[in-house]
Design a protein around this ligand. Sequence first.
Ligand code: PRP
Length: 221
Amino acid sequence: MTSSDMNYLTIALPKGKLFEPAAKLLAALGYTAEGLSENSRKLVIANEARKVKFIITKTADLPTYVEYGAADIGIIGKDVLVEEEKDVYELLDLKFGLCRMVVAVPEVLRQEKLSDYAQLRVATKYPHTAARFFHDAGIQLEIVKLNGSIELAPIVGLAEIIVDLVETGRTLKENNLAEVARIQQSTARFIANRVSFKMKFDRISRLTEELRALVESEVGK
Ligand code: PRP
């Protein structure tokens, strides 16, 4: 960490569904910057007056940026944290971005028991989480890692089943997929780099407490 970095708090925000609520939450506490948007072409967006820098990353990469200290803090889904297994502090459950990770199959392939899906192929963006789930359930199958549009896989015969996130349930419904097991629930988390947390303790702990108060007031509404 350079000494100039010590003057700034670098915040990582993920592209995708969590970007907007995360940016809004931070902005409510004065942590924002001119031109901060998910589609910004600028990779680092600074607010010189507040001594804050924002970086916008691919969702799955965000924990890596925080683990290596390229960002001091960040906001990311619990699902990604569990999948990526990076060494970061999880400081706060921000309670937004609620979704669940499920096993789903085309309605026509629906079986009675989960073990009936043994030996089949499962497509997912979350191979570690899926492997752990099926291993714990004692079910052997093949996992195929994809990077998005997972629901397409069973439609075109790339896999028979999927492990994916469900928020409203619309995507499953529109693709005639049925949820057959629930793996875990997820919400957005506030995370910090372990060294930054010590070196910038006052700023990060103050922000954590401000976020905690804001989240509690939102949840109480
Ligand atoms: C997520 C998830 C599902 C969808 C679920 O995908 O992977 O496809 O949202 O939401 P719903 O239950 O409200 O329909 P996302 O849009 O993040 O993009 P992806 O397909 O590239 O993963």
